[in-house]
Write a protein that binds this ligand. Sequence first.
Ligand SMILES: Cc1cc2nc3c(=O)[nH]c(=O)nc-3n(C[C@H](O)[C@H](O)[C@H](O)COP(=O)(O)OP(=O)(O)OC[C@H]3O[C@@H](n4cnc5c(N)ncnc54)[C@H](O)[C@@H]3O)c2cc1C
Ligand code: SF4
Length: 465
Amino acid sequence: METHSLDTTRLSSSQLADRFTELKPALSRREARLEAERCLYCFDAPCITACPTSIDVPTFIRKIATDNVTGAAVTILEANLLGASCSRVCPVEELCEGACVLGADHKPIEIGRLQRYATDHLLEKGVMPFTPRSATGRRVAVVGTGPAGLSCAGELAKLGHEVVVFERRELPGGLSTYGIVVMREPIRVSLEEVAFVQRLGVEVRTGVEVGRDVQAGALVDEFDAVFIAAGLGRVPALAIPGEELVGVTEALDFIAATKLAEKEGLERLNDLPLGRHVAVIGAGNTAIDAATIARRLGAERVTIVYRRSEAEMPAYDFEIAFIKQEGVEFRLQLQPLEILGEGGRVTGLRCARVTLGAPDADGRRAPIMVPGDDVIVPCDQVITAIGQEKPAGLAAAFGLATTRGYLDVDADGRTAHPKVFAGGDCVRATGQAMTVTAVEDGKVAARAIHAQLTATVAVAAGGSA
Ligand SMILES: Cc1cc2nc3c(=O)[nH]c(=O)nc-3n(C[C@H](O)[C@H](O)[C@H](O)COP(=O)(O)OP(=O)(O)OC[C@H]3O[C@@H](n4cnc5c(N)ncnc54)[C@H](O)[C@@H]3O)c2cc1C
Ligand code: SF4
């Protein structure tokens, strides 16, 4: 990321600590028991169905109520090996807590915070509740250490397979490590979960990019199966004039720098490139997080510039409400045309006004530019957050089919290649990309890979008998 520190106030260590810690505090033992005792332990509980990983929520909550916290964590991890991450980042209002029957008349049970209480307890104690089955002699390569890759790797290791995970970045954990804002998930939690999966016997090789340092063909030859969980890539270029100016920042780099600061010292946040007036282009997860960070670092004005209306924003309603509270402004139905600059630095964003037409392929109303009615949004920094690049390189390297750039898979994560499976963001052509759905993809694919590998073993054994 290019650096230019504009004239902003430096924040003290305590201000930084206040602004860049988890938003929701941990529950104390007493609070957790009181909350757990509110649960009705429904038969056919809707929260289980609403959880993409089908965690047996009433059972783990009952265990917390009886002070069996390790047992509660085991119930969670049996369904979702990344329960500590999910407890923090799941949009629970839309998932388990949204389905809680108590929500109709009272406050729903705080399932996410109870899940965090249990999983944090287990990770802090360093307990390993699973004993992997005896070795099958089968080897699986996983591409990417994000939630999908780790989930698949951990589940396969539990079943006795040898798993090697390749990760191109220096640190493992995918977007849990580099992407999700520290106020929701500290980097520590992501790295502890990686260590947990490693303790199941999974080998993690960081700094190794598949397609560059290791060839796709070599993985297919050397391993019995491959699971691609490479996520998506960088924010694509806007392809408008002015992108080369100092003050144009890619949102994922900006967010990653704040995640790493937690590891390297929060004071480093004062060195991040930050303008006084920041325009963030986009209205999804990444835009929301980048805008929140810019405000918390001290930008005087942060404006989300989006080409559709609030109803079409990919971010959840509660996230939009949250950033409004943080003081972020919205300029809607504006299409950026040019980043303006003076002396090589950003001075503004020229946009066309937009009206909205009929719904397009993804069901959102299509923006139609109004010619000759341009608007200038004054700013000295532009943060781009208009989605992520698709996994075109890996699709080509493995010879896989894609739909709108996402890898094609069946319900079990199988690609058309008999040895290659895929899951997580790189296959999510429709629907909201979430950590918990990536974890579920990894789990489902692990079961399919296991079934395929053990069927091959059975056929081979039958053939030689
Ligand atoms: C800014 C941001 C905020 C988000 N906030 C939330 C949230 O609050 N709640 C929520 O549920 N979801 C959130 N998400 C979405 C969530 O993070 C993703 O859905 C999830 O991480 C997807 O997991 P994954 O394993 O598919 O991919 P990723 O987490 O992206 O991991 C993929 C990994 O593969 C590696 N990789 C890629 N190519 C290669 C290669 N060729 N060789 C080796 N390694 C490779 C990458 O470096 C990366 O580590 C957010 C996403 C972003 C961008
Ligand atoms: S994993 Fe997420 S959706 Fe499932 S029970 Fe836990 S917090 Fe709720």
